[in-house]
Design a protein around this ligand. Structure first.
Ligand SMILES: Cc1ncc(COP(=O)(O)O)c(C=O)c1O
Length: 371
């Protein structure tokens, strides 16, 4: 086993290393926001909206204050509300469901497959009722979901298709960036995301001008002309400082994503321990590896072993959405989504971020192979 001369533990994500690289540029961008007093919305947000729309090859981006707000507003723009149902995967971060619940609609949780760990399209049809209005496809861990299959179901049953691309800025499905496959796509720019703001932020992408205008309205107190309020709105604007940091970081995102892909490829090709299983990457789904999740029979044992070797592991996620206490009123039972439940009991995330050195990656691989 290679010795890395490790004095420090390798974290699952070390954001400080990325922030250090761009600190001078981000600070001078902050200075401009400060000098222009452009803290809420304003030109830096507009600049980001334009560049991110170009990056995703869509017509419009609307900057908001979080990915969760993006999901909430997506539901409202589509007219989804009380009495409606929205189909989502059981295996996702809980905020996918929050957007649905905030609108007054009910999330309907569907199990994942046992290999890609994405929503199992074959299980959707049995859950469609006259109340079903939409499907949210989640590009989980950075890997695009099965867009064609999900869109086919949406077309057949006249449902909206929404992308939750919170974990997948820059991922491509069949060579096309995520963000323009459905009516609306929702992004998070939470600091730890592949593209993360220095603060909380989110974004909505769409090719539909009507939705675009509605988002401008909804995020800003239901108002386009100041002090005239057309509908019940929200204060969900993106901040200028957050936008300025995103303007700087967006330039680096392709290189950072490439580096994540390189690390993932080394894990995939060089970890040969049969006690470890990895997420299957279908053809045409080019992941940006926000997370590198594996499963193993005895997670506690592997976590302990890695910790002993100064490697931190993450946990995404310990409880699937349908069994979260917040949704106990929906009366799901253990056993309803067996693959998602298996995953939550056996998953573990290996270190994944662009600044991991080759030496660190080799060390992680050697340590896992020796387990
Ligand atoms: C899949 C998914 N959806 C939605 C969100 C919500 O984003 P935010 O934390 O910016 O509200 C996240 C972020 O953690 C996420 O991972």
């Amino acid at each position: 086993m290679q010795s890395v001369g490790l004095h420090e533990k390798i974290s699952c994500l070390d954001l400080k290393k990325q922030l250090k690289q761009v600190k001078d540029e981000v600070f001078s961008a902050f200075e401009k926001v400060y000098d222009n007093a452009a803290f809420s919305g304003g030109p830096f947000v507009e600049e980001f909206e334009k560049s991110f729309a170009d990056f995703c090859k869509v017509k419009y981006t609307v900057g908001v204050n979080s990915g969760t707000s993006a999901l909430h507003l997506a539901m409202l723009a589509l007219g989804i509300g009380p009495g409606d149902e929205v189909i989502i995967p059981a295996n996702t971060f809980i905020a996918t469901a929050w957007g649905v619940s905030y609108s007054g609609a009910t999330p309907v949780f569907i199990d994942c497959t046992n290999d890609t760990w994405q929503i199992d399209v074959n299980r959707i049809q049995e859950k469609i009722t006259p109340k079903t209005k939409a499907i949210i496809g989640v590009h989980l861990y950075g890997q695009p979901c099965d867009v064609d299959a999900l869109k086919a179901v949406c077309e057949q049953f006249k449902l909206f298709f929404i992308e939750d691309a919170a974990q997948a800025q820059g991922a491509q499905y069949k060579g096309i960036p995520v963000g323009g496959f459905g009516e609306i796509a929702c992004f998070s720019f939470y600091p730890g995301k592949n593209l993360g703001a220095c603060g909380e932020a989110g974004g909505i992408t769409t090719n539909n001008e009507v939705f675009y205008k509605r988002f401008l309205n909804l995020r800003n107190h239901g108002s386009v002309v100041r002090y005239y309020h057309d509908e019940l709105g929200f204060n969900m604007r993106m901040g200028g400082l957050e936008a300025a940091s995103l303007n700087v970081k967006l330039k680096y995102l392709p290189a950072w994503n490439n580096r994540r892909c390189e690390i993932a490829s080394r894990y995939q090709h060089n970890i040969y321990n049969s006690k470890i299983k990895m997420q299957v990457q279908p053809d045409g789904a080019d992941s940006v590896y926000h997370l590198f999740v594996v499963t193993t029979e005895n997670r506690n044992d592997l976590t302990y072993y890695l910790n002993e070797k100064k490697i931190s592991a993450g946990l995404h996620y310990p409880v699937p959405c349908h069994l979260q206490k917040a949704y106990s009123h929906l009366k799901y039972q253990a056993g309803d989504c067996p693959n998602a439940e298996f995953l939550s009991n056996h998953c573990l995330s290996l270190p994944m971020y662009a600044e991991l050195t080759d030496e660190e990656v080799s060390y992680i691989i050697d340590v896992i192979n020796a387990y």
